[in-house]
Design a binder for this molecule. Structure first.
Ligand SMILES: Cc1cc2nc3c(=O)[nH]c(=O)nc-3n(C[C@H](O)[C@H](O)[C@H](O)COP(=O)(O)OP(=O)(O)OC[C@H]3O[C@@H](n4cnc5c(N)ncnc54)[C@H](O)[C@@H]3O)c2cc1C
Length: 376
């Protein structure tokens, strides 16, 4: 079989690696528009067990990545200068470039040489391939070329966000909420290497307008964010990587394949950064696609199986991500709550955790919350 993979992000790289490793006789060509060492953004975070979901099938990759990860067991919320820890909510993180570099090495180890600096301009360039895997991210060329056939929908969250790094090291995944005279800001921040942290700043549309960010340069926006979060940054600067304000895009496709083209990862669906699952979803899509192709003998049947098996799982997560994003769209309102009520509202925001589960997961926080509510 001849397979073309467009996109050298986590989804495309992992698919190319897994397929070629298991089917060395097949031809796999991977095209990536950027150079090998280019990346946007800083670190990515994984919820819970990080990459443990890969361990059963692919312990080598987990062992290659794990030493480069930072991990912690609690979340810290900072509001009005006070802090509350929610125990038992484990996360791990890694620099996006570190993750891609490891995955690139895994791909090369199978004999595939990714073609970097190669922009696919049109799907027509890929005639002759039996299968085209579109792992080409949020602005997928393949998806845009056949939007009607994929049943694509695209909408945007109203909040604005901008993704920075900083040399300030944070002990846990933290969320800091700050009220100013012109509105409210929120930062998601966590370390992803011993010396660097991600620092994602978010605000609602009203605050964004009040600060006139539409007319500010990258440097001016950064200076304002450094000022708003001066206490949190503790003398450290923000680091920009083409850091511009954006609205989070919600991508969904009713049909996951068309002819011999199949979507995976961000090209197929987006999941809000507040639940930290985009990278994991892309890798899991790749695994599901490989399994479907191995189970069915024809490509059409395999692509149908990929969609029917995986869609309900992704749909659940996307629903949770939407509920979580909705909470963030109203965070200035939530900030008016007393600290522990605010923390409770935060941790239950996606609707996936009830009190019973929360007591088991976060006993220290729930004991503090119950005491504050006068419950035993
Ligand atoms: C602000 C922000 C914060 C995030 N935080 C997290 C987080 O904490 N945790 C997490 O798991 N996820 C996070 N994500 C999401 C995560 O980055 C994505 O979900 C993940 O990278 C998806 O992987 P992918 O392989 O599908 O796509 P991508 O990583 O986007 O890769 C697509 C690749 O395709 C290439 N490409 C596109 N078009 C072409 C073309 N025509 N020709 C050749 N190459 C092409 C691109 O250059 C790119 O390298 C965040 C995203 C954002 C925007």
């Amino acid at each position: 079989m001849r397979i073309a993979v467009i996109g050298g992000g986590p989804g495309g790289l992992y698919f190319a690696y897994l397929w070629k490793k298991r089917h060395p006789e097949d031809q796999v060509d991977l095209f990536e528009q950027n150079p090998a060492d280019a990346t946007w953004g800083f670190g990515v975070v994984f919820s819970d067990q990080a990459l443990e979901f890969l361990r059963a099938d692919d312990p080598e990759t987990v062992d290659a990545i794990a030493p480069h990860m930072e991990s912690w067991k609690n979340i810290t919320l900072n509001l009005r200068g006070e802090s509350v820890e929610i125990d038992g909510v484990g996360f791990s993180s890694i620099g996006r470039l570190a993750l891609l570099t490891i995955l690139q090495e895994r791909v090369r180890s199978t004999g595939v040489t990714p073609r970097f600096d190669t922009v696919m301009q049109s799907v027509d360039e890929l005639r002759g391939y039996d299968l085209i895997v579109a792992a080409d991210g949020l602005n997928s060329l393949v998806r845009r070329a056949f939007e009607g056939d994929f049943g694509t929908s695209l909408s945007y969250s109203s909040n604005k966000f901008v993704w920075y790094g900083t040399s300030k090291r944070f002990d846990t995944l933290s969320q800091t909420f700050v009220k100013t005279d012109r509105g409210a800001f929120n930062a998601h921040h966590y370390r992803y290497s011993p010396g660097m942290s991600t620092f994602l700043v978010e605000c609602d549309a009203a605050t964004w307008a009040a600060y006139g960010f539409a007319d500010k340069s990258i440097e001016e926006s950064q200076a304002i964010c450094e000022d708003v979060f001066a206490a949190t940054l503790d003398g450290h600067r923000l680091v920009s990587n083409k850091s511009v304000w954006r609205n989070f895009p919600w991508v969904w496709n009713e049909h996951w394949s068309f002819k011999n083209m199949v979507l995976l990862g961000d090209a197929l669906h987006s999941a809000h950064f507040s639940i930290g699952s985009g990278t994991r979803l892309a890798i899991e899509d790749a695994i599901a696609l490989v399994k479907a192709l191995e189970t069915e003998s024809g490509i059409g049947a395999a692509l149908a199986r990929y969609e029917s098996a995986r869609k309900p799982i992704v749909q659940k997560l996307v629903d949770a991500a939407r509920t979580s994003a909705f909470w963030y769209e109203h965070f200035p309102e939530h900030m008016k709550l007393p600290l522990l009520d605010f923390a409770y509202s935060y941790i239950t925001r996606s609707g996936r955790i009830d009190d019973f589960r929360l007591r088991a997961m976060s006993p220290a926080f729930m004991a503090r919350y119950a005491a504050a509510k006068g419950q035993s």
